[in-house]
Design a protein around this ligand. Structure first.
Ligand code: CP
Ligand code: NVA
Length: 299
């Protein structure tokens, strides 16, 4: 039994294989081919934070695979009233075939996985967002081919998305420039883990020069809402705008996991412009996670 708590739960070869499978599953879905490897199987989805893409992609993917998905919010479950994580994990995994968890502290999903008898998928924690990287890397490959040897620049907060990009850089062998304000660097443990493939360059223009892919994310993540104003000030020099895109390679792509704030971390002309592949990126959540569910649940 395998869990998917961080991208590094996959080997480099498994990650690449999964991306190819996602591309194939997308083709099959668009061709109208019925493929139901998870008939009568159930995915329980525990959401302690809001979601549009993660919920809809997992739910739709399970239905397309012939199975079913359950949306569980802390407002309506005993987990939200203090039932221990260990007990919830034991009970949910005795009924469902797979469990997706979106929560705050990464240690919570680790504890959940420890007590679960079925695979646990990380739908985002404060530390990482590995499912999003499956979709992003699929989108890059579909548009530009192999990402190995390319240069990717992460602009903004050294947050959960940035940490998962650091893992992807190591697994898929690309160079990741990270440009962020001094006080918003990624966590040291992620820097130590991926130091061979990353470079922190505080000057955004230098960091984006010659890049093949520019990626950003919100300045205040879920749970940091009260820091919104101070972050707007701190991150102002790190807005992805036409000027920054101009120093990247002419065929550079732009990605954002969404939801986006136009006029803050990215200007409208960039996210709605010719370099942007954010809609493919979002759609790929469906295809890439179907590949993940198949990998974890189908022998
Ligand atoms: N990108 C992403 O995970 O979106 P949601 O928060 O809408 O799930
Ligand atoms: N960094 C963002 C990603 C949202 C998908 C957050 O954690 O809110």
């Amino acid at each position: 039994m395998r869990h998917f708590l961080t991208l590094t739960d996959l080997s480099s070869a498994e990650f690449k294989q999964l991306l190819q499978r996602a591309i194939e599953l997308k083709r099959m879905q668009k061709a109208g081919e019925i493929y139901e490897p998870l008939k009568n199987r159930v995915l329980a989805m525990v959401f302690e934070k809001s979601s549009t893409r993660t919920r809809v992609s997992f739910e739709t993917g399970m239905v397309q695979f012939g199975g079913h998905a359950l949306f569980l919010s802390p407002r309506d479950t005993q987990l939200g009233r203090g039932e221990p994580i260990e007990d919830s994990a034991r009970v949910l995994s005795s009924m469902a075939d797979c469990i997706m968890v979106r929560t705050f502290e990464h240690s919570k999903i680790e504890l959940f996985a420890q007590y679960s008898s079925v695979p646990v998928i990380n739908g985002l924690t404060d530390d990482v967002h590995p499912c999003q990287l499956l979709a992003d890397m699929q989108a890059y490959i579909e548009s530009r081919g192999d990402i190995a040897g390319k240069t990717v620049t992460w602009v903004g907060d050294g947050n959960n998305m940035c940490h998962s990009y650091m893992h992807a850089a190591k697994l898929l062998d690309f160079k990741l420039n990270i440009t962020c304000p001094e006080n918003y660097t990624p966590a040291q443990s992620f820097i130590d883990e991926t130091s061979s493939h990353i470079e922190i360059i505080h000057d955004p223009v230098a960091a984006c020069t010659g890049s093949d892919l520019i990626v950003t994310d919100v300045w205040a993540s879920m749970g940091q809402e009260e820091e919104q104003l101070s972050r707007e000030k701190d991150f102002a020099p790190y807005q992805v705008n036409a000027g920054l895109m101009q120093v990247a390679n002419p065929d550079a792509l732009f990605m954002h996991c969404l939801p986006a704030h136009r006029g803050e971390e990215v200007t409208a002309d960039v996210i709605d412009g010719e370099h942007s592949v954010v809609w493919d990126e979002a759609e790929n959540r469906l295809h890439a996670q179907k590949a993940l569910l198949e990998f974890l649940l189908v022998e």
